[in-house]
Design a protein around this ligand. Structure first.
Ligand code: 2IT
Length: 448
């Protein structure tokens, strides 16, 4: 049996009931075949793959809190510190009702490779809770964040582990989390969290960075194909921070975003999401209603209940910005039938492995999320640099660095593919490029 297959089987045995984590492990490890073949004896001796699939530690804790009516609740908190070979653990916190250990592990594993691609010194981590922010008041969110930090603070630090936002955690939540961290620890260590407000150490462009970066990466892909973004139509899912940034940049560059989605369905706006309509997405998120229909009601466009845009709307580019596993095999089939040529994945692992395989074998170009959405964490890395250097860069400076980083990621992927004599397979290339730096660092640092 091949080394990769052995590790996949062992990992499966050790992690029963974790389908999302296993899906990511399989996706990444099978892509690494050319790198493993070249260096198998050394990788085996140093148990590199075995160590890469085993987190450094997995922290699970109780989060008790009181709602506005005085009723007590208990949620579960997590922080997975997966790999710190190239820098302190770094990755977001997700507050969403279906968060579990499996979700946290797939995200933390993925984060290790993504952060490596950014070329900044950040390891991989992820955390969050099964707390559901939908319908919660501001005070309830604050009390939850304070209780969550009452445990998390002992596991994080500016040189140890630096959390940020993810779904359900934006600027407001990071503010409450930081306030409570500072209260407990006493020191003004604002490098412990990223995604902060501008008045206390946040970086300009961090809120926009994931969506902007995803658009810059797509521009590199289009350039490689001899095409341009202007004039193209985009179907997006989600309406949160990521879809907001992407809509803003795409409309600025002359593209047209015709769909958004929420848990309630999708909207179709043939004129495109641009201008004040983009700003309205922020109000929708702040309302905690979690309904995309609010957009259709305000702007009088079509709302399709209970459906996603995939396979229902034709566009030049599909850009999932909502959650994991939203594009299944049947969506991939419908996408091929409609003749959608490019899938630019923005949310983490939006496409199942079988859907990716189907798309690639039917000529659809798939740009993988660990490259496409890396601009978010990369700008978090820039925020860390500004905090530790006590400096602050202008929006123009951060945006230029972000653009350079995204082009650099595309370049690294092409180099990795060239090194193994492979075609333009961005999924394999991103895994190979992300792996190399982490494996080199682990080899250099001995068995730990
Ligand atoms: O999935 C991700 O890369 C994030 N949620 C951002 C993580 C970060 O540390 O900025």
């Amino acid at each position: 049996m091949s080394y990769i297959q052995e590790v996949i089987e062992q990992t499966e045995l050790k992690n029963p009931g974790q389908p999302q984590f296993m899906q990511t492990v399989k996706e990444v490890l099978t892509s690494l075949a050319p790198a493993v073949e070249q260096n198998e004896a050394k990788l085996r001796k140093n148990v590199i793959l075995e160590r890469m699939v085993e987190p450094d530690r997995q922290i699970i804790f109780r989060v008790p809190w009181v709602d506005d009516k005085g009723v007590y609740h208990v949620n579960r908190g997590y922080r997975i510190q997966f790999n710190n070979a190239i820098g302190p653990y770094k990755g977001g916190l997700r507050f969403q009702k279906d968060v579990n250990l499996d979700t946290m592990k797939f995200l933390a594993f993925e984060q290790t490779f993504k952060n490596s691609l950014t070329s900044l010194p950040m390891g991989g981590g992820k955390g969050g809770s099964d707390f559901d922010p939908t319908g919660k008041s501001d005070d309830e969110i604050m009390r939850f964040c304070q209780s969550f930090m009452s445990e998390l603070y002992r596991h994080i630090g500016p040189n140890m582990d630096v959390p940020a936002g993810d779904m359900g955690v934006g600027g407001r939540e990071i503010g409450y989390l930081f306030g409570w961290y500072k209260k407990i620890v006493g020191d003004y260590e604002n490098g412990v969290l990223t995604g902060k407000g501008l008045s206390y150490g946040g970086s300009l462009i961090r809120p926009e960075a994931t969506g902007f970066g995803a658009t810059y990466f797509l521009e590199e892909v289009l350039k490689h194909q001899g095409e341009h973004l202007a004039g193209k139509t985009f179907a997006l899912s989600g309406f949160g921070n990521v879809a907001w940034g992407a809509s803003k940049k795409i409309s600025e560059l002359g593209g047209k975003v015709v769909t958004l989605s929420g848990p309630d369905g999708y909207i179709y706006d043939p004129d495109g999401v641009s201008g004040e309509k983009v700003d309205f997405l922020l109000e929708m998120r702040a309302s905690n209603r979690n309904k995309v229909k609010d957009y259709a009601d305000k702007y009088g466009v079509k709302f399709v209940e209970g459906k996603k845009p995939w396979g229902n709307v034709k566009a030049d580019i599909y850009m999932p910005c909502a959650r994991q596993n939203e594009i299944l095999l049947e969506d991939a089939e419908a996408m091929v039938k409609l003749g959608v040529p490019i899938l630019n994945e923005v949310s983490n692992m939006p496409t199942t492995n079988e859907a990716i395989a189907y798309l690639q074998s039917h000529g659809v170009l798939v740009a993988p999320s660990k490259a496409v959405n890396a601009g978010g964490v990369a700008t978090s890395g820039l925020e860390m640099s500004q905090n530790s250097g006590r400096i602050s860069w202008s929006a123009v400076e951060v945006d230029a660095k972000l653009k350079t980083i995204m082009a650099g990621i595309h370049h690294q992927i092409c180099d990795a593919l060239d090194a193994y004599g492979m075609d333009y397979n961005l999924v394999a290339g991103a895994n190979l490029a992300g792996f190399k730096k982490v494996a080199d660092a682990m080899l250099a640092q001995g068995l730990y």
